[in-house]
Design a protein around this ligand. Structure first.
Ligand code: NDP
Ligand code: PMR
Length: 402
């Protein structure tokens, strides 16, 4: 019965997708504010947030569209139609599941009844309370301690997870910090600048170590997802708001990002908290692609990244000035129209974790205004294969893998 139901679901899904594709083609122009567009050149002369809105709309609406529609047909995985294998719940580790996107994704997956969520969080009590507050039932989640700003903690988490005896079927690298008002850099336990140290290096070690666990899983569709963002992509309007992401030749990273004998910034420049965050997102997107190139064929694991939309209400902006926190949600809702609720964003990331139509590996997913997914185009830097290889090798050294 499960077998028949699964086959039916796949068939129905492909028909819905077909309809979706038709809709997508005709709705590109309207969707340009959702980050689906790619600009050939954008002046980088924005003054933070309070920009002339007509000017903004004129610039963006005239931008040429190069993003592609989702053309991925749901592949009928042999194992996926095997009733026995789909009977067991999937196990997904989500970092930073104690708030915002991570929590909403945990909720969306738990609601399907098909997933057990391992909430990998630095604050155990906060995570427990968060799970309860959104109504995730006890049997559907486990909180495990993980502080990504300590490589020792990452290794301990991997150890604890392995001792739990659960197989690993999906890993979502979601946690992040954003420190836009910091005047001076702060550092992780090992002395790396905090944003890149947490968002990139912590996740780099975690995903490298857990790759073996994913490989061992017998789950039909195994996935490793690293959350990216539009603001790291300089082929978009949002990515052209200064300071822009730029990893340069990675000299600061190669020097250890410690602000002592090297710069705290990847490109070797002066410290800028907002840029450090955007740089870390470029690292996330490059890392996903390098994983894909190195391991997709041999392991069958799907490697993905995504921009879930602008979730302007999350804790990510907690360090920003109060005026920004007041103006940012209405600015995104009514002016850029890039806003999405935490709930909607959680459903999007949950699709990347488990939807059978998003199995293609190496893709940076985005959604148009009808909430239809499509394969988005990364900026030149965020899709630079040579930079991705170099980033991988330098990061390996910093986290003690090489
Ligand atoms: P939140 O601040 O709500 O969530 C971030 C999570 O990361 C929190 O659970 C936080 O834990 C956790 N975290 C931070 N530092 C650490 C650490 N050292 N170890 C473990 N966990 C840590 O922000 P969002 O939900 O908005 O962000 C989630 C992801 O979405 C990020 O990768 C972000 O870059 C991405 N994103 C967000 C967008 C947005 O508009 N908000 C747009 C595009 C991408 P705690 O609860 O303890 O603070
Ligand atoms: Mg942006 C289509 C326009 C668009 C979109 C989708 C975003 C998303 N932003 C857009 C445009 C603009 N922003 C414009 C024109 C401005 C200048 C007024 C602007 C400003 C701005 C600031 C100051 N935007 C910001 C900030 C932040 O501090 C946020 C940031 O960069 O965090 C790293 C941010 C964001 N804008 C977005 C998104 C998704 C963010 C935050 C989250 C992230 O990338 O993770």
């Amino acid at each position: 019965l499960v077998d028949v139901a699964d086959r039916f679901a796949l068939l129905r899904c492909s028909k819905e997708e077909e309809a979706q594709r038709g809709k997508l083609n005709s709705s590109f122009k309207e969707s340009s504010f959702n980050g689906a567009f790619v600009l050939k050149s954008v002046k980088s002369d924005f003054s933070p947030l309070l920009i002339g809105t007509k000017e903004l709309q004129r610039k963006s609406l005239s931008a040429p569209v190069r993003a592609q529609t989702a053309t991925v047909a749901p592949s009928v995985n042999e194992a996926a139609t095997d009733g026995k294998k789909t009977l067991r719940k999937g196990n997904v580790v989500i970092t930073g599941a104690s708030s915002g996107l991570g929590l909403a994704t945990a909720k969306a997956l738990a609601d399907t009844g098909k997933w057990h969520i391992i909430m990998a969080c630095r604050n155990f009590l906060k995570a427990e309370k968060a799970a309860k507050s959104v109504g995730i039932t006890k049997e559907n989640y486990t909180v495990m301690h993980l502080d990504l700003s300590s490589l020792e903690s990452v290794r301990q988490f991997v150890d604890t997870f392995r001792r739990s005896g659960r197989p690993l079927d999906a890993l979502v690298c979601n946690a992040a910090v954003y420190l836009p008002t910091a005047k001076e850099p702060t550092y992780t336990a090992e002395g790396f600048e905090l944003s890149v140290g947490t968002n990139h290096l912590g996740h780099f070690l975690l995903s490298r170590l857990l790759l073996d666990d994913l490989k061992k899983s017998d789950y039909p569709q195994k996935r490793l997802i690293i959350v990216g963002s539009i603001t790291g992509n300089t082929n978009t309007l949002a990515g052209n708001v200064p300071p822009k992401a730029n990893l340069g030749d990675l000299r600061g990273l190669a020097g250890g990002l410690n602000g002592l004998n090297s710069s705290a910034m990847i490109d070797g420049g002066d410290f800028d908290g907002a840029k450090a965050y955007k740089d870390s997102k470029v690292c996330n997107m490059l890392t996903m692609q390098e994983f894909h190139r190195r391991y997709h064929e041999e392991s069958g694991i799907t490697f993905s990244s995504l921009y879930p939309g602008c979730i302007a209400t999350t804790g990510l902006f907690r360090e920003h000035i109060p005026l920004f926190r007041i103006l940012f949600p209405p600015f995104q809702k009514y002016i850029t129209k890039g806003y999405v609720s935490e709930e909607e964003a959680g459903k999007r990331l949950a699709q990347v974790v488990s939807d059978s139509s998003l199995t293609k590996s190496g893709v940076y997913w985005s959604w148009n205004k009808n909430s239809a997914s499509f394969e988005n185009q990364l900026s030149q830097e965020a899709s630079d294969a040579e930079k991705a290889r170099k980033l991988w090798e330098v990061s390996e050294k910093l986290v003690g893998l090489a």
